[in-house]
Structure formats: structure tokens, C-alpha cells
Ligand binder design. Sequence first.
Ligand SMILES: Cc1ncc(COP(=O)(O)O)c(C=O)c1O
Length: 393
Amino acid sequence: MFSSRIPADLSPNPLTAAVRAARACGRALVDLTESNPTRAGFDYPPDLLAPLGDARGLCYAPSPLGMAEARRAVSADYARQGIRAPAEHIALTASTSDGYSLLFKLLADAGDEVLVPRPSYPLFDHLTRLDLVVTREYDLDLDGSWAIDFASVERALTPRTRAVLVVSPNNPTGSFVAPHELERLAALCAPRGIAIIADEVFADYELEPGAAGRAGRVTTRTDVLSFALGGLSKSVGLPQVKLGWMAVGGPDRLVAEALERLELVCDTYLAVSTPAQGAVAGLLERGASVRAQIAARVGANYRTLQAMTAGESSCRPLQSAGGWYAVLRVPSLEPEEDLALRLLTDGVLAHPGYFFDFPRESYLVVSLLPPEALFADGVSRVLRHFDGTVGVT
Ligand SMILES: Cc1ncc(COP(=O)(O)O)c(C=O)c1O
């Protein structure tokens, strides 16, 4: 009766089941997987959402790619980052996930392929599958810092490839795509009629000073059709407002053709709420204080992680340039899943690396969002597991 787009087996994996069981019996866990900024103790101004109550939201006058003033506000936010993205090249979405779905409909037929980085964001499997698109992986190589393995990109390309996805900075490796990498990707994609989709939701968060400014930004290229994805969920810590966007870049003719078609797809769903669109300018402006808090928090936690693992520890954080996550290389004493389950009994929850498709064990992925003291407590529990005792900073 049901579509095979939805996996037949919906039972939770052993770690999810164990977390549910621990919570059901009231066990306190230090959650180093927390990625919801609204649960991480930030000081949200109480009237932050006031722009959503503007009376103009009482009028429904749908515009498929989004209200002009909202698109202008997003364009101005790109200008804040030093990026030129004209308002008429911006389309509003209900979230980044919604943006991916729109783009798969725009670019791919059933069975067409998109290239996704490995390691990366686990939601790609579901996002592609639900739109009948097939993923093929290309590798990010760790050689001191992360870089695209172009041989793996070339191996993954087929006549059915419709898009190459990059996540910059990537979740969880924290690596930004470099301008020279975009140059090489564009040279591979443009002649084959393949688009580049760049997920830039964490672009505001650098862990290494200057990393965001040095990163490649795909929509600045004029030689390849590209889509940059962003949204309020990360840029101002408001995932519940459900407003994202895409900026379209590339050769003028292709940009115009893409926007024309996107307009039809967006018109079919009209998924973006009018009050949210009317509020974008205000939320981007008022949300700057939340962004600053998140940036300070992830930076402080990353430095704590480095300090706590300096010296004798058998665990090492991988170098991370940006985003909300860090990767900890840990001794391979047991399968990652067993490790994550065992850590749970020590009262700490961390993601095993295989969730993110790390090529081999053993890695743990930790969120840098939790309040500083909680984060340090969680990390010390992890380190205690391997090192016995731990010097806390
Ligand atoms: C790389 C990446 N893209 C997109 C999202 C989701 O963004 P949204 O809430 O706008 O769908 C996430 C959420 O964690 C993410 O890690």
C-alpha cells in the first residue's frame, strides 16, 4: 500500500532506542548531540518574534518565489557577508530541507543522481530518497585539513548526475569549501550541464579566525548554475520560524531558466508563511544578538575541547574551521555503536561517526551548542571513558 520511498523498517536504531529508554526512566544525560539552538540556553530577546505579528501578515497575496521585500532583506543579508546576491535571484523556502526538495524537483527525474560529500549530513539519504533521487558519494579527505578528493568526484559522475552538493562549512567536519575547489568543481560540472548546490546554513560560524571570509561562495561564479542554501534556523537560531532561502547564480540564461521553472514548482506548493516572509528583515536584524551568542558559544566549546584533549589524552579533536560540530578521534577499542551505548551508561550522549558516513572507525561527533559547563562535563565523561582521569580546564 505504501511508497517504497519510505524505508520498510522504521524501527529506531539501537542508540535511539537506548536514549529513549534512558529518558523514559528519568536518567539525566549530558546531550552532546543537541543541535536545537532553542534548547541550548541562549538568551533570546523576549520580543524577538514581534515582527511576526505585523498586521500586513493578515493579507494573503501569494508570490511564488517570495515577497519582494523579504527577498530584498535576504539580499541585504548576503551583502552583510560581502556577497552579491540580487533580490531577484533569491527564492524563499520553508526550510533548507524544503529548498533541497524544490531543487531535486527542478533538476532531476526519478532515478537521476546527485553527488553528496562523505562524511556529511545524514539527512541527505531521506531528502533524496523522498524525491526519488539517487545519491552517489564523493569523499572528503583528511590530510591535516579536509579537502575534496577530486578523483572520487570524477568516479562518481555519470550521465545521470544532475547536481553536486557541497556543504560549507560541512556538518560535521567543519570544513569550508575552498575557492580553488569550487573552480575545479565548476570545470567538471558546467560542461556536463550539472548544477552545484551549496548548503551554506552554517556560513556565519567560523571556529578558525578568517575561515568564513576565505571560503568559496558558489553564487559568485558566473560559469556554472548554482544554488546556495541558507536560512533563519542557523543564521539567527530560529528553526521554528521555518524560513529559508536559496540564491541562484551562474550564466544569465541558465539563471533565468532556472528561476522561471522554480517559480512553477514554488507556485504549486506556496509553502512559505506570509507572516514569516513579512518578518524576515526584522528577524535578521534582531537575531544578530542570537547569532553572536551562538558564535561565542561554539568557539568557546571548541577551545575547551582542544584544551581538554591536549597533552596525554588518547582522544584528539580533528581540526574544524566552522559550524556547530566537532569530531573527536577516539581509540578504536570497540565498534562505534557499542561505544556510544557504553557512553550512555556513563550519562553522556554523543553521535558515532558512522551516522555521518566516516570511512572508518572510530570517531565521535559532538555538538558545540550546549552551555559551556555542560559541554565540559560531557567531554570529561567521554575522556574518562578512555583515559581514566581527565584534567579539566
Ligand atoms: C548541513 C545542514 N543543512 C541543513 C540543515 C537544516 O536546516 P533547516 O532547519 O533550514 O532545514 C541542517 C540541520 O542540522 C544541517 O546540518
